[in-house]
Design a protein around this ligand. Structure first.
Ligand code: PEP
Length: 249
């Protein structure tokens, strides 16, 4: 399906001190004239969200978190709830990123609980799925992403805005990307799994591609069937690089 407006989201991961706010400012200034045809978001470390809200005021760039706890509050030292992200100025939240699934052992069921918390707080979740290199080489890529969609999207999601991001683990931060045929196959499988899980009402939820998207490959990737946008790590840290991707949309 052709998506009219692409959603391009930057994931800053654990990068960014106060000095990095100038990059958000430059991005916002460059897009303020309404020239970009894409919807654009930045997900900085939680420590920057509130200050970035001031920097982005009156501009088109949206703000998001990179994770949230499944509970609205409680004795969870070091964690941040969806309500807290929304209170700080976020409208989006990345959930189930492979780095959290791998490094923090997050399961599909835990991701689904976080998605429920996000929608209860009025956030728009971006739910990440993607296979490892071993799973792709074993021919299991489509089965893996289908199972992750089934397990990570709670039924209540159908009435809320959300996105899914297809991020093959082996493409994240490596400079490797799947072929556009492989991306299209994965996105078609994810679309079928979303509809099977949530019904036709979810047939327009954007499916983003993520994994080594750069200004020079963004045009081809974003033109692939069922690619509704991009989730961008390293190339979102500098406004000039991120703008190159946004302008390819
Ligand atoms: C990511 O971590 O979500 C990501 C896509 O990273 P990169 O663009 O650096 O591969």
């Amino acid at each position: 399906m052709k998506q009219s407006v692409k959603l391009i989201v930057g994931n800053w991961k654990m990068h960014g001190l106060s000095a990095a706010l100038v990059e958000a400012q430059a991005l916002n200034d460059a897009l303020r004239d309404g020239a970009a045809s894409a919807r654009v978001g930045v997900c900085p470390p939680a420590t920057l969200i509130d200050r970035m809200r001031s920097v982005l005021a009156d501009g088109p760039v949206e703000l998001g978190g990179q994770d949230c706890h499944a509970s609205p509050s409680g004795a969870f030292t070091g964690s941040i709830s969806a309500e807290m992200l929304a209170d700080a100025g976020a409208g989006l939240v990345i959930l189930g990123h492979s780095e959290r699934r791998t490094a923090f052992g997050e399961t599909d069921a835990e991701v689904a609980s976080k998605v429920e918390a996000a929608i209860a707080a009025g956030l728009e979740p971006i739910v990440c799925v993607g296979e490892s290199l071993a799973q792709r080489e074993a021919g299991e890529a489509l089965a893996v992403v289908t199972a992750q969609v089934r397990g990570s999207l709670p039924m209540g999601l159908s009435d809320h805005p959300f996105a899914v991001a297809y991020e093959p683990v082996w493409a994240i931060g490596t400079g490797l990307t799947p072929t556009t045929t492989q991306i299209a196959e994965a996105h078609a499988a994810i679309r079928a799994a979303i509809i099977e899980r949530l019904g036709q009402g979810a047939s327009k939820a954007p499916i983003l591609y993520g994994g080594s998207v750069k200004p020079d490959n963004a045009g081809e990737i974003l033109a692939a069937p069922e690619v509704g946008g991009a989730l961008v790590g390293g190339a979102s840290l500098k406004a000039a690089d991120f703008l190159g991707i946004i302008r390819a949309a």
